[in-house]
Structure formats: structure tokens, C-alpha cells
Design a protein around this ligand. Structure first.
Ligand code: GDP
Length: 312
């Protein structure tokens, strides 16, 4: 495949700026200032209309007056084959550190259906389509996010049915790729043996599933980092399993005066705590299933990872 050196490339990039964070290069050459907007009202327009043909015609969203989050260039996730420079500044997905590449196309969802529950990696679908696995602590908002991504109120309930909560649940999207719901971890009441089994089972999937493009590790951004989440992220990093951090519940804003941190601060803290386990910065994205914040951005990110994977 010919490598294109200009950016952006596809019609989506030319027409739509609503999904992108506005940025500018500051006087410090390697710092990019990024406005991360979290208020539900600013995301309502992205949650209403997605034409089935394209994501390109979403309405422009006006940005509120907020202190910009600063993301240094070296903390951006820059997809392969993507050049950035001050002449060719990056387009960064809103509420994330993810730079958009020429591979971000075909991001819309036209169909989603439950396919099967598997109890081991070998029993998973064998058609070779690329897949993304969603995993996180129980109650992190995994089912809600899955339903929000596919825009179906109850699709993920399938994985909550008795007997399926400890399975690898495959959902086929657009007859060409999979979303995979993995068992939630961290049940306080789960017996020790079950935790052990679960560890073995999902770790085997992460290490041996050849069509796994990226794990999407869900982290609750409304609370400070939990030990079990840090352990999980560091295990994925140490084992070089491709991972995207998906911060959930970003609509929940704790009052500073009560000692609570804002989701942005929890997001920053989490990354600092895991940074030593990663050679390069993992992509991260802020979401809310309540407001659909991050939904379209997740789909664009999945699309670019998937298209790159299919081409290599
Ligand atoms: P799961 O156990 O990880 O599948 O979590 P669920 O999707 O069942 O959600 C757990 C709880 O968190 C439920 O009470 C949801 O209503 C709530 N929840 C999930 N996502 C969000 C979110 O984005 N914002 C808020 N405020 N609550 C959420």
C-alpha cells in the first residue's frame, strides 16, 4: 500500500471538525493545548444524528470557555504512517490524546448482533475478522458503553444473562468485525478460585487471540485510581498487549470543596501511575454513556486501528 504523507486524507477529515479537539501549538514547541469539554450539553448534538452513510455531517459543537488541558506532543497517541509537524498539525479526537490518521474511515455502525458466548479462546469465532475486547471492573459501565456504542438499549444485556457473565461474548458489527465483551473483574465477593480461573481464562485470550486488535480497558474516571485497575493496565503493558484506556462516567463531577477530583484529574493521575509500564503512550479517551460523550470518537479510533490492521 502506498504511504501518503499528507494529512488529513479522507473526505471525513475535510468536512467534519466537530469530533476533533481544537488545538494550537503554544510558544513551547512541543506542547499542544487541548480543550477537553465535558459538559453533557456540549455533547448532546453528537448523540442525536449520525447519518448512516457517513460521520462527516455532524454539526459543529461550540466549545465552552474552559481551562485547556495541556497535552505534550510526546503524550499523544500517533497512529502509524501519520506525520505531524507545525506545518502539518495533528487532528486530535475530542477528549482524548488520539491523533486521527488516514485510516479513520467506515466508522459508522449499521448492524450489531450477538453471535456467541465462548468459555475458552479456542472456541471463539474463527472467521479471522478483527476484534476489540471491552474489559473492566464490574460496575465500571461496560454494558452501558457497549449499548451506547451500538445504539441499542439492551444488546449488552445478552452478556449479563445467567451463565454468560463469565464468558467471552462476541457481537458482530457490520458483518465485518467484532466487539467482544469480557467478564468484569474485581467482584469483591467472588471466591478466590473463581478469581484465579478468571485470570487464567482472560489472560490466555489476551495473549493468544490473533485477531485481537486492541483491548479497551475501562476505567471509572469519577473516582481515584483503584489498585486492581492499575495492576490490570500494567499487566497489559508489560505483556505488550495493545490497549486503549477508556475512561467512563466522565459526566460525574465531584465538588472540589468536598475533596473529590474532577474526571480530568483522575485521567491524568491514572496515566502517570501506569506510564512506567509502557514503551509508548497508550491511547486514551474520555466517555460518558449518559451523554454519549466519546462514542463517535471511539468508533473513529476503532476504525483507524481496524483499517490499519487489515492493511498490514
Ligand atoms: P457494568 O457492570 O460494567 O456492565 O456496568 P453497567 O453498565 O451495568 O453500569 C453500572 C452502573 O453505572 C449503572 O448504575 C449505570 O447506570 C451507571 N453508569 C454506567 N455508565 C455511566 C455513565 O457514563 N455515567 C454515569 N453517571 N453513570 C453510569
Amino acid at each position: 500500500m502506498a504511504f501518503l504523507t499528507h494529512f488529513p486524507v479522507s473526505p471525513i477529515h475535510h468536512q467534519s471538525s466537530s469530533l476533533f479537539t481544537r488545538f494550537f501549538l503554544s510558544s513551547k514547541p512541543k506542547t499542544i493545548l487541548i480543550y477537553a469539554t465535558l459538559s453533557p450539553s456540549h455533547f448532546s448534538s453528537t448523540s442525536t444524528i449520525i447519518p448512516s452513510s457517513s460521520l462527516a455531517t455532524l454539526e459543529e459543537i461550540s466549545l465552552p470557555e474552559e481551562t485547556p488541558l495541556q497535552i505534550a506532543q510526546e503524550k499523544l497517541f500517533i497512529p502509524p504512517d501519520t506525520e505531524i509537524s507545525s506545518e502539518k498539525p495533528p487532528r486530535i479526537l475530542r477528549g482524548s490524546n488520539i491523533v486521527l490518521s488516514k485510516y479513520a474511515r467506515d466508522a459508522q455502525i449499521n448492524s450489531a448482533e450477538f453471535v456467541k458466548s465462548s468459555v475458552e479462546t479456542e472456541a471463539c469465532p474463527s472467521d479471522g475478522w478483527p476484534e476489540f475486547a471491552l474489559v473492566g471492573r464490574s460496575n465500571v459501565g461496560k454494558s452501558s458503553l457497549l449499548n451506547s456504542i451500538v445504539r441499542r438499549k439492551k444488546l449488552a444485556l445478552t452478556s449479563k444473562k445467567p451463565g454468560k457473565t463469565q464468558c467471552i461474548n462476541h457481537f458482530r458489527i457490520n458483518d465485518s468485525w467484532y466487539l467482544v465483551d469480557l467478564p468484569g473483574y474485581g467482584y469483591a465477593s467472588a471466591p478466590h478460585e473463581l478469581k484465579q480461573d478468571w485470570n487464567k481464562f482472560t489472560k490466555d485470550y489476551f495473549l493468544n487471540r490473533s485477531t485481537l486488535v486492541s483491548v479497551f480497558l475501562l476505567i471509572d474516571a469519577s473516582i481515584p485510581a483503584k489498585k486492581i485497575d492499575l495492576e490490570y493496565a500494567s499487566w497489559l503493558g508489560q505483556n505488550q498487549v495493545p490497549m486503549t484506556l477508556v475512561f467512563t462516567k466522565c459526566d460525574k463531577r465531584k465538588k472540589k470543596k468536598n475533596g473529590g477530583k474532577h474526571p480530568e484529574e483522575n485521567v491524568q493521575d491514572f496515566q502517570e501511575l501506569i506510564s512506567k509500564y509502557f514503551d509508548s503512550v497508550p491511547p486514551w479517551i474520555m466517555t460518558s454513556s449518559l451523554t454519549n460523550q466519546g462514542r463517535d470518537e471511539i468508533l473513529l479510533h476503532m476504525a483507524q486501528l481496524r483499517n490499519y490492521w487489515l492493511n498490514h
